[in-house]
Design a protein around this ligand. Structure first.
Ligand SMILES: *Cc1c(COP(=O)(O)O)cnc(C)c1O
Length: 455
């Protein structure tokens, strides 16, 4: 049996990394600083401390390459990490490709996605700084689930503003959060000024991620014992996720393998960052490897957005970041990959994309669900609609290898399972899914309202 003839590689608990990798140490151009939406000047640490604990603010800007994972966090990681790395033998066979396809599966924890990798340290640092409650938003429900579990573990209260349309559509995600003691509020709500003013204009507003973020940030900023937590985009979130790529690298080393190309879906960029940054480090040191983020055509932040300063939320209460954006007024179509419907993108991923160190592609949801079914049937795991974007791109690469006869090594991140998303699959089966292209005109319209920042 050859070394590479494996179905999965599971490392032991001692192989769980003890440090996160901080790509700020190695980037040729660092991301631009955050600006305050109050002053239009660079945001000060004091301003950020109204909503974040000091340790996480430090993690936003430190250029130390390796950051120690606190013991309490590592002990929690032991519950499901290292996560398995699979060889997609069934999928390879179905495609008849000479490529070797591997995937890292982040859906094995209770919440079913990679987001628990960062919710645990975020809850930990907030608890350690004396905070009593965290406020956050959730769209599809995965982030709310992950933060609820982490808050429950560290003895924090948790308030989740859930986009109203999802609150109705995904009742079991709501029950999941309630199981861990969270207070789940449909957004827009009448509990915040932002929520109230939106409801006054439009009482039937079904909400958006941008609005829910505004509500959660306002809640945190107006209560001393409460902080805000974000499940993607920010530098510290991307760093916590590097545990994925660090493990994957070790697992491939066991097989004497190194990837030619890595794919991950891109919403705010955190799971893409997680699997790819430890390999971006190699690329910056001269390795030949491609890193590709995969987004929906309905929310094409990297492939069609602009690289500019923009607000992170609708009511302009949170910090301003330089990133690829479709404009903070952008309300994406109701596609099923709820986790990929954010108007912005991680400032680090944006800078790397701008500097042509990483790449991006976009797909419509029909071919994405076709890929999801091929994967389910050949591998026996039903993928999240978000993750299925990465699967689509990996399949297309494997089919190219079939044409050219090249046996490339393909790695993708399976960021989560789809067991709470069966309604989306139902829509696919009953042919209710449509492909949505976000038009260039509407992009031009929404980027008219970018903030005026003088660098
Ligand atoms: C939230 C989520 C995403 C998108 O978020 P990123 O920050 O881009 O990783 C992707 N996949 C799953 C399963 C998610 O829950």
């Amino acid at each position: 049996m050859s070394k590479k003839d494996v179905t999965k590689v599971i490392l032991s608990e001692e192989d769980i990394p003890k440090k996160w990798y901080n790509i700020l140490a190695d980037m040729p151009n660092k991301p631009a600083p955050y600006f305050s939406s109050m002053t239009n000047e660079i945001a000060t640490s004091e301003e950020l401390q109204a909503i974040f604990p000091i340790e996480l603010i430090k993690q936003e800007t430190t250029t130390d390459r390796w950051i120690d994972i606190p013991n309490e966090v590592w002990e929690m990681y032991r519950h499901w990490r290292p996560s398995p790395l699979y060889r997609a033998k069934g999928l390879e066979k179905m495609l008849g490709t000479p490529a070797r396809i591997y995937y890292k599966y982040e859906g094995t924890n209770a919440t079913g996605s990679h987001k628990l990798n960062t919710s645990i340290p975020q809850a930990y640092y907030n608890k350690a700084s004396g905070i009593k409650r965290l406020a956050t938003e959730t769209g599809a429900g995965q982030w709310g689930s992950a933060l609820s579990l982490a808050c429950n573990h560290f003895g924090l209260e948790c308030t989740v503003y859930m986009v109203k349309v999802s609150y109705g559509q995904k009742p079991y995600r709501r029950s999941f959060m309630q199981t861990f003691g969270a207070n789940v509020i449909p957004s827009p709500s009448d509990l915040t000024q932002c929520g109230k003013s939106i409801l006054q204009k439009d009482p039937d507003c079904t909400g958006s991620l941008g609005i829910a973020i505004s509500e959660a940030v306002e809640d945190a900023a107006t209560h001393k014992d409460t902080n805000y937590a974000l499940g993607s985009v920010l530098n510290h979130v991307c760093m916590h996720q590097t545990i994925i790529g660090l493990e994957a690298k070790k697992q491939l080393e066991v097989l004497d393998e190194y990837p030619d190309v890595i794919f991950a879906c891109c919403g705010g960029g955190s799971n893409f960052a997680g699997i790819s940054f430890p390999f971006v480090m190699d690329k910056l040191n001269g390795k030949n490897i491609r890193l590709v983020g995969v987004e929906p055509t309905a929310c094409p932040t990297l492939t069609k957005g602009v690289f500019a300063y923009d607000y992170g939320d609708t009511a302009k209460v949170g910090p301003i970041a330089k990133m690829y954006t479709l404009g903070h007024d952008f309300v994406p179509a109701g596609i099923h990959a709820g986790g990929l419907r954010y108007h912005g993108e991680s400032p680090i991923v944006s800078q790397l994309y701008h500097d042509k160190i990483v790449e991006a592609v976009a797909y419509g949801q029909k071919v994405v669900f076709e890929a999801a079914l091929m994967f389910s049937k050949s591998e026996g795991i039903i993928p999240a609609p978000e993750s299925s974007h990465a699967i689509r791109a990996a399949i297309d690469e494997a089919l190219k290898c079939k044409e050219s006869g090249q046996s490339k090594v393909i790695l993708f991140n399976l960021s989560g399972h789809g067991y709470f998303d069966m309604a989306a699959y139902d829509n696919y089966f009953s042919e209710k899914l449509v492909d949505i292209e976000y038009s260039d005109d509407s992009i031009k319209e929404s980027i008219k309202n970018l903030p005026d920042i003088k660098e």
